[in-house]
Design a protein around this ligand. Structure first.
Ligand code: ATP
Ligand code: MG
Length: 403
């Protein structure tokens, strides 16, 4: 049989075959580009957990802008991103009227290519360069039509690059005040963005970010997930068994990355034309394992051993954990437990309700039970008496704590 190519993309940072649940955001953005300077969505900030689809949406917004005849420049907010952006702008300024309408040049490539030239470039301000680019746009006949401008996207915003972000924001702020056709979309995880938005005595050009159109990306609805799983399969010439699709939808927990992970594995495991329950079950197990490696493991590695223990203690519950219960299990004071909770909330690991906490990432509870709880407590997870639902209520009851 001639097997069609797997339509799903099981890696972070790649565009999905079908981006579901973001139509409204994209429509608003499209309208803002048409509307002219001052439209709120022209400066947007995408905020959301790892794997929720920030990069995928940024890419789609760039496509929207390109379709509207805009120039797009994309950057990742790593060290030196402003100078790398300047390199991209300078490259555009040096181009003749080649007729291209958009440039998507990797910053790494440009850095190497322009190492010597960039010295002189860096002395020109970002604001001046952007103004020159906008001037060139309106001078060029090809671009001299209504609705074209410059979009800059900056992914993976992080407060450690505060100074450069301020430099960037200041330049953009000036251009916005001058009513120029410029749009900016920034993206980052909440814990990286929160300190960036924190008050800075009013003198902070980051005020600009605070006023941005903030888009909090959350889980998708069941019908959106269903569409995201079903349409690419149908378009690629196969179909889902209804019960299998139902299971797959449920197993994603509304988390965009899981659509791709489950879809990709189910497609691969199925030999026939219709994706059945057996392949789907196998796919769900595989997807959860990959999610563990790609999302849970790195997220947990960023935490202190104490914070991990707090999460491990939470994972003994079936649903939201009472902070007082967790405090008891860890034998710490309520005050200490609330401190843990605050830290973990700020690190995007948990959600915060009154007196309780729950996991922010899907399947993290199961991952902790399978890996961290047994590591920390040194108990084999496969012995039934050690399963979380029959777990002793205090961690000390396990004795051999690892630290
Ligand atoms: N709306 C969506 N519909 C279907 N699939 C999506 C959607 N959004 C994202 N995905 C898929 O989910 C995965 C994760 O998306 P993406 O890399 O954009 O997440 P992210 O928020 O940028 O994560 P990180 O914080 O790690 O950078 C990708 O494989 C992407 O194709
Ligand atoms: Mg991303």
């Amino acid at each position: 049989m001639n097997v069609p190519t797997n339509p799903f993309r099981a890696s972070l940072g790649t565009s999905p075959p079908l981006l579901v649940g973001r139509d409204e955001i994209l429509d608003d953005f499209r309208l803002a580009l048409e509307e002219g300077p001052g439209a709120h969505e022209r400066i947007s900030l995408l905020v959301g957990a790892r794997g929720i689809g920030k990069t995928a949406l940024l890419n789609e917004m760039e496509d929207v802008a390109r379709d509207a005849g805009w120039l797009t420049f994309s950057e990742t907010a790593t060290e030196g991103f402003v100078s790398s952006l300047k390199d991209q702008l300078s490259d555009f300024l040096q181009q003749d009227k080649s007729g291209r309408t958009s440039w998507q040049l990797g910053p790494g490539f440009l850095r190497v290519k322009h190492e010597e030239q960039s010295q002189s470039r860096q002395s020109t301000s970002l604001r001046a360069m952007l103004t020159a680019v906008l001037d060139k746009l309106s001078d060029t006949e090809r671009f001299n039509r209504s609705g074209s401008g410059v979009l800059i996207t900056v992914d993976e915003l992080h407060f450690v690059h505060h100074d450069e972000i301020v430099e960037f924001a200041t330049a953009i702020q000036h251009l916005v005040r001058e009513n120029l056709d410029v749009a900016v979309v920034l993206a980052g995880i909440p814990s990286s963005i929160r300190p960036l938005l924190a008050s800075d005595g009013g003198r902070n050009p980051i005020t600009f970010l605070r006023r941005a159109n903030r888009v909090d990306l959350g889980r998708l609805t069941d019908s959106e997930v269903r569409e995201g799983l079903a349409v690419p399969v149908t378009q690629a010439g196969r179909n889902w068994d209804e019960a299998a699709l139902e299971k797959a939808v449920h197993a994603t927990g509304g988390y965009p990355f899981m659509i791709q992970l489950i879809g990709n594995a189910a497609w691969r495991f199925e030999r026939g034309e219709q994706i059945g329950e057996a392949s789907t079950d196998k796919a769900i197990t595989r997807a959860r394992k990959k999610l563990g490696q790609l999302v849970h493991e790195p997220a947990l590695n960023d935490l202190s051993a104490e914070d991990r223990r707090f999460l491990a203690a939470m994972s003994l519950d079936e649903g939201p954990s009472k902070i007082t219960d967790v405090a008891q299990r860890l034998e710490v004071s309520h005050q200490q437990a609330y401190n843990y909770r605050r830290r973990l909330y700020e690190a995007d690991m948990i959600t915060n309700e009154r007196g309780t906490a729950d996991f922010a990432l899907p399947y993290l509870r199961e991952y902790l039970r399978d890996h961290v709880v047994s590591d920390i407590l040194r108990v084999p997870v496969d012995e039934p008496q050690n399963r979380p639902n029959s777990a002793p209520r205090r961690l000390r009851d396990y004795h051999a704590l690892s630290d």
